[in-house]
Write a protein that binds this ligand. Structure first.
Ligand code: ADP
Ligand code: MG
Length: 389
């Protein structure tokens, strides 16, 4: 099991001392996240159920006298410095530093007086694996700047701001899920998010008490045409909602699904719609089981979600299917791809004491198929962004 932020925080502090020859005023951590269930439901105004991971990005920071920002990450070659001129214009700061400049930009655009600051960043959230290292970076920087500047920005308003940084400054069109999860999640809980109202509810997800854990497998599958495929799924869904005369597919009730499908003109669109409508229902069913304390029983819903993504939404790849099948064969209660698809991670619900055995089975199945070895980590639901003591 990975320990909370400890090591990463030590690296951020050491990096700060080394770069700036000074002590940080504080350290702020934000976690990665994984989506337990609810895939491609967000842009259909539906439901998602992420939880935070015990993997963190930590920012060690101190105020700087002038209104400028100096940032350094252990994952980048050189520090980057920028001032209000660059921060106020999306596109001026590029690369990884854009995620940080985007937060400064979004805060300033919302009228907050952002203090100049020096930041050193360390992280054990893998980059680009779909565990949301981008939102972790935004949330940790945001938490640091809000505290250093004594800004009036309660946690419930922070996800929107971090999302604007990523959408409008970095230029990555993401929904509100990642930022909501990494900022608002609670330990031992999953975050039930209604993507239409943006209301959240903390759902008990106490794996530890049930002797369970979630095994997260990084498929290491190369992302094949992921952007284009994502866009085409999104267009299909929007077009289908138009044909059905509803604002979004969230408005198609599972009871009316057969009628709705009969009104669509081609089989591919029917399968896309069926995925979204049944996936929303699986999120609601998962929430109901978790509320009743029946954690183990969500397994079949996870596996059904995977089948729906594989057969109806057609967003899985051989590495991902191999990992899911191997985890189930090795005794996982349920397993599914998590994230937008065409690579990324798989999660499996397992007895905590069997996590290593299931991971070994996945690795063996990969070797048999000649795939590059997968990564894996066993997790329990962690808490959202916070200042470290
Ligand atoms: P994901 O969020 O799934 O990890 P993204 O492509 O959305 O993948 O975000 C990854 C990008 O975020 C990286 O390429 C890098 O630019 C930036 N990033 C995230 N964490 C860090 C970090 N600790 N240091 C520097 N850049 C980071
Ligand atoms: Mg991201």
């Amino acid at each position: 099991m990975i320990e909370p932020a400890g090591d990463v925080a030590a690296r951020a502090t050491a990096g700060f001392r080394q770069r700036y020859a000074a002590e940080p005023a504080g350290r702020w951590a934000a976690p990665g996240r994984v989506n337990l269930i609810g895939e491609h439901t967000d842009y259909n105004d539906g439901f998602v159920l992420p939880f935070a991971l015990p993997l963190h990005t930590v920012v060690a920071a101190a105020p700087q006298d002038d209104e400028r920002w100096t940032i350094w990450s252990e994952l980048a070659d050189a520090p980057v410095e920028f001032g209000p001129t660059e921060a106020d214009k999306p596109g001026q700061v590029t690369g990884w530093a854009a995620y940080v400049a985007g937060v400064v930009w979004a805060l300033r655009a919302a009228g907050h007086p952002v203090p100049g600051a020096r930041l050193a960043i360390a992280s054990d959230v893998p980059l680009g694996s779909g565990l949301s290292s981008s939102a972790a970076l935004e949330a940790a920087v945001l938490a640091a700047l809000v505290d250093l500047g004594g800004l009036d920005l309660p946690a419930e308003r922070q996800p929107r701001l971090a999302q604007r940084a990523e959408n409008d400054y970095v230029g990555a069109p993401t929904g509100i899920m990642d930022q909501s999860a990494v900022i608002r999640c609670r330990a031992g809980h999953a975050l039930f998010l209604d993507c239409r109202s943006e209301e959240v509810e903390h759902i008990p997800f106490d794996l530890d008490a049930a002797g369970l854990a979630v095994l997260v497998v990084d498929s290491r599958a190369p992302h094949r045409h992921a952007d284009g495929e994502y866009a085409s799924r999104r267009t299909s869904c929007e077009r289908a909602a138009g044909l059905l005369g509803v604002p979004a597919l969230r408005d198609v009730s599972p009871d009316d699904l057969d009628d709705a499908l009969a009104r669509l003109d081609d089989d591919e669109t029917r399968r896309r719609v069926r995925h979204v409508v049944t996936e929303d229902q699986r999120v609601l069913d998962t929430v109901a089981l978790l509320r009743a304390g029946r954690v183990r029983d969500i397994g079949p819903l996870l596996t059904a979600s995977h089948a729906s993504m594989r057969d109806d939404f057609e967003i899985t790849v051989p590495e991902i299917d191999t990992a899911v099948d191997a985890a189930l064969a090795a005794g996982a209660y349920g397993a599914r791809m998590t994230g937008g698809g065409f690579g990324g991670c798989v999660l499996a619900l397992v007895d905590a004491e069997r996590a290593d055995t299931v991971a070994a089975a996945v690795t063996a199945a990969y070797a048999e198929r000649g795939f590059a070895a997968p990564g894996h980590v066993t997790v329990l639901p962690a808490g959202g962004a916070h200042r470290l003591p």
